[in-house]
Write a protein of this length. Structure first.
Length: 246
């Protein structure tokens, strides 16, 4: 049998040799894994962001429709609002990983629309729908502006989590004090505080989605919806006060 030259044997093994030193091969493999992982993570982040905004748009439309239907309804009492809101919010978090979570989200946002309807109806009856329109426009501008900033810059606003926790308890205490004091100045301060709190919550939640800290679009939608709701009501009260309308 004819013995093949060493050059021929080396040539036939060239594809393996071209991969280089084992350490270099390991480096290439790690880089490929890193890029693949980054691609998967980016795809997952984009999916959460897309699903969140689709669900947010659907719930805003549904809530607006319920609010329109309930404009002439009596305004629910504070106990009904608290029990309804926190009860449905608990259901959302309990069912967030199942299809029933979507049902709970629409139930919660529909209930919030029902609580908003009589307020808008009161403005409509007073011929002050221009205040509602202004508050709605300012809310939309604030939401889209804050969301666009968080998405385009991809800045990490996770540090706002601590401020939001402290702010929640501060606002809760102020609301309790306002219930007993019935001070118009305190009520305006609470409204301003809620407006700032809601803006911070929008930045924090959008940043969490963009940077991979939020993987559940149901809970992300609820956070953004509640922030928009509170921002709108806060601006509505501030515009009413400074516009001279009762």
């Amino acid at each position: 049998m004819e013995r093949r030259p060493l050059e021929t044997v080396r040539s036939s093994s060239e594809p393996l040799a071209a991969q280089g030193h084992p350490a270099e091969m390991q480096g290439h493999t790690a880089e490929m894994q890193r890029q693949t992982g980054a691609g998967i993570e980016a795809g997952s982040t984009n999916a959460v962001l897309k699903n969140t905004y689709w669900l947010l748009g659907a719930t805003l439309a549904f809530s607006s429709f319920v609010a329109y239907l309930s404009m002439s309804a009596p305004r629910p009492g504070i106990l009904v609002m608290l029990v309804g809101f926190y009860g449905l919010l608990f259901a959302v978090h309990k069912l967030q990983n199942s299809v029933w979570g979507l049902v709970a989200v629409f139930a919660l946002t529909g209930f919030m629309g029902y609580t908003l309807g009589p307020i808008i109806g009161m403005f409509a009856g007073a011929g002050a729908m221009h205040i509602v329109a202004n508050a709605l426009g300012m809310t939309a501008i604030a939401f889209f502006g804050l969301s666009a900033y968080a998405i385009t810059t991809k800045k990490d606003f996770s540090f706002l989590g601590g401020f939001l926790t402290v702010g929640f308890f501060v606002l809760l205490g102020a609301m309790i004090a306002g219930f007993f004091l019935q001070s118009p100045v305190l009520q305006l301060a609470i409204s301003a505080g809620f407006a700032i709190f809601s803006a911070m919550a929008i930045l924090w939640q959008t940043s969490a989605i963009v940077n991979g800290g939020e993987r559940n679009y149901i809970t992300a939608t609820v956070t953004l919806f509640v922030s928009i709701y509170n921002l709108f009501l806060s601006l509505l009260q501030l515009l009413t006060a400074f516009g001279g309308d009762e």
